[in-house]
Ligand binder design. Structure first.
Ligand code: SF4
Ligand code: SF4
Length: 482
């Protein structure tokens, strides 16, 4: 008799029941008592259906067990032992792929000297001090970038300003927004703007401009005074907290047209997630806060090691529980890492690539060189073309060909790969010297965090499904605009 055997899934418990995260389809499947019991029998050892029936005879009738087997076969949680598991086909994106986001490095200079910054430390890819790239993007290059973006995008385009410290080049940023808006209107397209800043240069007229123009703003900040001042310092070593705190409060007070988020870099010395979150939301007034571990080679003293990732996961889990409690009570919670992952789970995202870099997202250096993302912009080794001459489609296709998840053999049996897909190329470059390598130093953390988000998802699917349905409504809204 042919045995039933398990296929690829991650089993988790939430809201008092079992759920499956089905890896090939990236779908979440809630199990009832019978499907759960059948699955557990098959997981223990491959069994013919008749043996499963016998094993569960005292708990369920034959019809219920057969129905559960059929259902599990249908969602491919189990299969027949003699039939090899179907491998997902290696599908490469159709080229040319529409560009949706362009990140402009309007300057590679910064008025801070954050100790851990990937642009200035030993891990840097581009020499921003003595290299050939201009220190500031010209108005002309910024306009050429806008023209490039609008030519390559579909109906909606996103333009993000980045640095260095973005606001060091505020005049170009300001004129580019005006230009881009006019050009987009002429072409019948929509364009949306955002920027990232360290907040040191915010002043009233800049704040007014950002608010009036509905510019999305993300502030890089690491939390309360002593955590911010640990790494985010001026060139003379002075901490930046006392400079940025009043400016941020003023920005949050006046810029009400869009929610404003904080982006925190965690290091081995500053993993204090709950405290940072509370400070930034309750004391400063940010709408949401996202955390990312520092990108660095492992030999830096502030690099997060194995025990640091464990600690970080424990703190993320505690804050995720807080998020769940708030959302169940229909209250806002601004822990954006969990919200973003829930959205991906809800939409059944299964990534062939870890992010949009080189696909729907490109980065532009101060001189107009185009690279897969802002972190590589200005590096000759990662150049795909220029905004004036266009990009080398062959080089772009080769990048996508070489970085597909199907070729990351270490990831091929990992249940978290639909959401992780090997992780950030820049991190891999810094850690392992190659963008093609998966970030195997943080797999336990990724799997632990994905498991937490799946459990939150399971809880919400039972206790506040309307919160999850909002992701569909947001998507429908975006499609209606398209
Ligand atoms: S990098 Fe690690 S966690 Fe991510 S998909 Fe690969 S094996 Fe899984
Ligand atoms: S490669 Fe890394 S830094 Fe670049 S867009 Fe992707 S995740 Fe972000």
């Amino acid at each position: 008799m042919i045995a039933l055997t398990r296929r690829e899934f991650h089993l988790f418990q939430a809201a008092g029941r079992d759920f499956l995260y089905l890896v090939p389809s990236a779908a979440v499947f809630a199990l009832d008592e019978a499907t759960s019991a059948v699955l557990r029998v098959v997981v223990e050892s491959p069994q013919p259906e008749e043996a499963v029936l016998r094993a569960l005879a005292d708990r369920f009738d034959v019809r219920t067990v057969r129905g559960a087997v059929a259902e599990l076969l249908q969602v491919r949680a189990i299969g027949y032992e003699h039939q090899p598991e179907e491998q997902a086909p290696r599908v490469l994106p159709m080229m040319p792929f529409p560009l949706s986001t362009m990140v402009l490095n309007v300057t590679n200079q910064c008025n801070l000297a954050c100790t851990y910054c990937y642009e200035y430390g030993e891990d840097k890819i581009v020499d921003t001090e003595h290299g050939k790239q201009s220190k500031f993007m010209s108005e002309d290059t910024a306009r050429a970038s806008v023209d490039f973006l609008l030519a390559e995008s579909s109906r909606i385009a996103h333009l993000t300003f980045f640095g260095g410290e973005t606001l060091l080049n505020f005049p170009v940023l300001k004129s580019t927004i005006v230009y881009a808006r006019n050009r987009a209107a002429e072409l019948g397209k929509e364009i949306d703007f955002s920027l990232t800043t360290n907040a040191t240069l915010l002043r009233p007229e800049i704040i007014d401009f950002l608010a009036e123009n509905r510019i999305g703003v993300t502030i890089s900040i690491d939390g309360p005074r002593e955590l911010q001042n640990r790494f985010r310092v001026f060139h003379n070593g002075a901490g930046s907290y006392d400079v940025v705190a009043p400016k941020i409060k003023e920005l949050l007070r006046k810029h009400r047209s869009r929610p404003i988020g904080a982006r925190v870099t965690l290091t081995s010395d500053t993993i204090d997630v709950t405290r940072i979150y509370r400070h930034l939301t309750e004391e400063m007034g940010f709408w949401e806060v996202g955390f990312a571990p520092v990108t660095t080679s492992p030999n830096q003293q502030y690099a997060i090691g194995e025990s640091g990732f464990d600690r970080m996961l424990g703190q993320f889990n505690a804050l995720a529980q807080d998020f769940l409690d708030h959302v169940v009570a229909n209250r806002h919670h601004g822990f954006s890492n969990v919200k973003d992952t829930l959205e991906e789970i809800h939409k059944g995202v299964s990534k062939a690539y870890p992010c949009g870099a080189g696909l729907g997202l490109l980065g532009v250096s101060t001189d107009g060189d185009v690279a897969v993302c802002h972190r590589f912009a200005g590096s000759d080794a990662h150049k795909l073309g220029t905004v004036r001459e266009g990009i080398d489609r062959g080089a772009q296709a080769a990048f996508l060909e070489q970085h597909h998840i199907a070729d990351k053999t270490d990831c091929s049996r990992c249940w978290a790969r639909p959401l992780c897909s090997g992780g950030c190329y820049h991190e891999a470059h810094v850690r392992y010297g190659s963008t093609r390598r998966p970030n195997l130093h943080y797999c336990e953390w990724i799997r632990g965090w994905t498991d937490t988000c799946l459990k939150i998802y399971g809880e919400l699917s039972e206790r506040n499904p309307d919160f999850l349905a909002r992701f569909d409504r947001d998507e429908a809204k975006a499609e209606a605009v398209l």
